[in-house]
Design a protein around this ligand. Structure first.
Ligand SMILES: *[C@@H]1O[C@H](CO)[C@@H](O)[C@H](O)[C@H]1NC(C)=O
Ligand SMILES: *[C@@H]1O[C@H](CO)[C@@H](O)[C@H](O)[C@H]1NC(C)=O
Length: 321
């Protein structure tokens, strides 16, 4: 189909303007077949890129290579045509086919599309770009547009998504046109809902939740407790509490009990000390009056009164001293 249309247009253009060329649009990495414009030659036919020779076809079937780097990726296709593969951006520009007495100028536009690889998350930034390189000797200025999945057309070569939406999902088409020649490149954009983090399966902590591995370090168990509380089926759980909480409660209780015992013991000791102290004081007090009595007796000689008031015969033996 394309071949026939190219051929028809070349014939048509040849009829109108003898040296007018054709525009070819191809993608980077792809291949293109350039048609000379004549189907036969008598002595030799030469293909050039800009002004560098690519290939020279001889009538005897020989093909001579020129100096252009493209010769490595070019081959004779049909009588007068050449096929260029592994197209590079700098392959764009003017291609001239020089026949017996006529030359035919053609033009190659090289399209490169950059699109995000893989699915995008809703709200992410992304850039879609379609570049059409027409080379230094531009025969025409290519027009580049993007057709959105909804069918509307954006007249820019670059689409910048500030925040992709689910509605951006679909086939985006880069449309390149120049002198009636068109090129379409489909790009599929996939937009996904952001995945909600699940607590059940923590990929960073494959041991979380089972707790059966006897080699798990205490740090891991600790992080498990905070990363995800185990279910009731968790062997490490008792009445909904992790074992170490029980250990902590037990240790705490023990400390409180010991403290209480210590307080009681101290209190008792204190009391007995106090009692001892009181007893000692009492003993001191009971000794003092002897002296006092002595003094009183020495100063005030109220013998009958004292003797009646206190029955301390023990104090009397001191008197003679
Ligand atoms: C295109 O560029 C490559 C390097 O990127 C270079 O090797 C090659 O010769 C260039 N081709 C043309 C046709 O200028
Ligand atoms: C590009 O996508 C359109 C639909 O948007 C489809 O009709 C067409 O066949 C696709 N072309 C290629 C080359 O996949």
């Amino acid at each position: 189909m394309v071949w026939v249309s190219w051929f028809a247009s070349v014939i048509c253009l040849l009829g109108a303007l003898s040296a007018a060329g054709k525009v070819y649009i191809a993608e980077v990495g792809g291949k293109v077949t350039l048609q000379c414009g004549v189907t036969s030659f008598n002595s030799r036919l030469e293909w050039k890129h800009d002004n560098l020779r690519i290939l020279v076809f001889e009538t005897n079937g020989f093909i001579n290579k020129g100096s252009s780097e493209i010769k490595m990726r070019a081959k004779k296709s049909k009588d007068t045509d050449i096929e260029i593969s592994k197209i590079m951006e700098n392959d764009s520009g003017k291609f001239t086919c020089v026949g017996d007495r006529s030359s035919h100028e053609h033009h190659l536009i090289v399209v490169s599309v950059s699109a995000p690889s893989g699915p995008l998350k809703v709200g992410a930034d992304a850039t879609l770009e379609c570049k059409a390189n027409s080379g230094v000797s531009g025969l025409c200025q290519p027009e580049v547009k993007w057709r959105k999945p909804d069918g509307s057309v954006q007249p820019e070569s670059k689409v910048e998504f500030k925040s992709v939406a689910l509605t951006d999902t679909g086939i985006w088409q880069c449309l390149v046109s120049c002198q009636g020649e068109t090129f379409t490149k489909n790009v599929t954009i996939n937009v996904e809902e952001p995945t909600t983090p699940t607590l059940v399966n923590d990929p960073k902590n494959p041991n979380s939740g089972n707790g059966k591995d006897s080699s798990v370090s205490l740090v891991l168990i600790w992080s498990d407790v905070f990363a995800q509380p185990g279910g009731p089926e968790d062997p490490m759980m008792l009445l909904g509490l992790v074992w170490w909480i029980w250990v902590a409660i037990g240790a705490g209780s023990l400390v409180v009990i010991i403290l209480v015992i210590v307080i009681i013991v101290m209190h008792k000791r204190n009391k007995s000390l106090q009692k001892k102290f009181l007893r000692m004081k009492k003993a001191q007090l009971s000794q003092k009056p002897k002296k006092y009595c002595q003094c009183v007796r020495q100063t005030a000689a109220a013998k009958p009164q004292q003797g009646r008031r206190r029955e301390k015969p023990s104090a009397l033996p001191l008197q003679p001293l």
